[in-house]
Design a protein around this ligand. Structure first.
Ligand code: OAD
Length: 257
C-alpha cells in the first residue's frame, strides 16, 4: 500500500469501522510500551531479549533439564515483571474495538504470542494464548497448575507442591514443544473466518503463529500490519502501518487522547 501514512491509516480506520469479524495476531511489540522486552528487534537502540540471551539456554526443555535453577530464576523474574505491568493504550483500543464489534453482532479475536496476560488485564475476552502464559506454573510430574503468589519465588528450582520429586515450570511453550491444540484450532478458525486480519507488534518469524495470516489471505481478508519496523510480511499485507501499536491502534479505533 503506498500513499501518505495518514491516508493509509484513515483507510484502515474505515475498514475497521465496517468490519464484522476481525482476527488480531499480537506479539511482544504490543507490550513494549508497557515496559516488557521484545525478543528481536532490528533497531540498535531497542532492547530485545534474544539479543542478550541465547534462547537455547533458556527457552527449551533441554535447557530446563540441564539447569532448572537458571531457567526458573530467569522466568520468575519475567513473571514478576509481567505481574507488575499495566496494559497500554494499544491493548485497551483492542478491547474497545472488540466491544464495538460484539455490539453489532460481530467479533474480534485476539491471537497472542505473548505470555504476559496484558490483553486479559485490558478486558479483552476470549484471548487465544498461542504460547501459554507465564502467570501459572505446572508440576513437571503431575501436570497440575498453580498461580504462584505475586512475589519472587523463594527457591530455584522451585519444588512442586503436588509431587515430592516434581519441579514447577512456567506454563509457556518452549522451542521444540507443541502449541496447545485448542489454541491452534481456535486461531485457524478465527483466521479462516475473518474479513480483516491484523498482525500487531510481531516480527512474524515464529511459526505456526506467523502462518495464520496465510489462512486469512487465502480467504481474501484485508490484511494490516502495525509495526515501527519492516518485517517479512510488510510487502505482502494490504496495509503496512509503520508506528507503535500504543499510538496507532488508539487512532484507528478512535480512543486516542
Ligand atoms: P519479536 O521480539 O520477535 O518481535 C517484536 C516486534 O515488535 C518487532 O518486529 C518490533 O519491530 C515490534 N515492535 C517493537 N516495539 C513496538 C511497538 N511499540 N509497537 C508495535 N510493534 C513494536 O516478538 P514476537 O514476534 O512476539 O516465543 O516473537 C514471537 C515469539 O518468539 C515469542 O512468542 C517468543 C519468541 O521466542 C517463545 O518464547 C516460544
Amino acid at each position: 500500500m503506498s500513499g501518505a501514512p495518514g491516508e493509509a491509516e484513515r483507510q484502515v480506520a474505515r475498514v475497521l469501522a465496517r468490519a464484522r469479524h476481525i482476527a488480531v495476531l499480537t506479539g511482544a511489540g504490543v507490550s513494549a510500551e508497557s515496559g516488557i522486552s521484545t525478543f528481536r528487534s532490528a533497531a540498535a537502540d531497542m532492547h530485545a531479549l534474544w539479543k542478550e540471551f541465547d534462547p537455547r539456554t533458556l527457552a527449551t526443555p533441554e535447557a530446563f533439564a540441564d539447569d532448572p535453577a537458571r531457567v526458573t530464576r530467569w522466568y520468575d523474574a519475567r513473571r514478576i515483571g509481567c505481574l507488575n505491568a499495566a496494559p497500554n493504550p494499544g491493548h485497551l483500543a483492542l478491547t474497545t474495538l472488540q466491544r464495538a464489534l460484539r455490539s453489532r453482532g460481530g467479533d474480534l479475536v485476539v491471537l497472542t504470542q505473548n505470555v504476559d496476560r496484558l490483553h486479559h488485564k485490558a478486558g479483552t475476552q476470549g484471548v487465544v494464548e498461542l504460547h501459554g502464559n507465564i502467570v501459572t506454573w505446572r508440576c513437571t510430574r503431575t501436570g497440575q497448575s498453580i498461580e504462584p503468589p505475586p512475589e519472587p519465588m523463594p527457591r530455584f528450582p522451585a519444588p512442586s507442591p503436588f509431587h515430592p520429586e516434581g519441579l514447577l515450570r512456567p506454563n509457556v511453550v518452549w522451542f521444540g514443544e507443541a502449541l496447545p491444540t485448542d489454541a491452534v484450532v481456535a486461531a485457524e478458525e478465527a483466521a479462516g473466518a475473518c474479513g480483516v486480519f491484523m498482525a500487531v507488534g510481531t516480527s512474524s518469524q515464529v511459526f505456526p503463529a506467523a502462518g495464520f495470516i496465510q489462512t486469512a489471505m487465502a480467504r481474501g481478508a484485508v490484511t494490516v500490519e502495525i509495526n515501527p519496523e519492516s518485517t517479512s510480511i510488510s510487502d505482502l499485507v494490504t496495509y503496512s502501518l509503520k508506528g507503535r501499536s500504543g499510538e496507532v491502534l488508539p487512532r484507528l479505533v478512535g480512543t486516542a487522547a
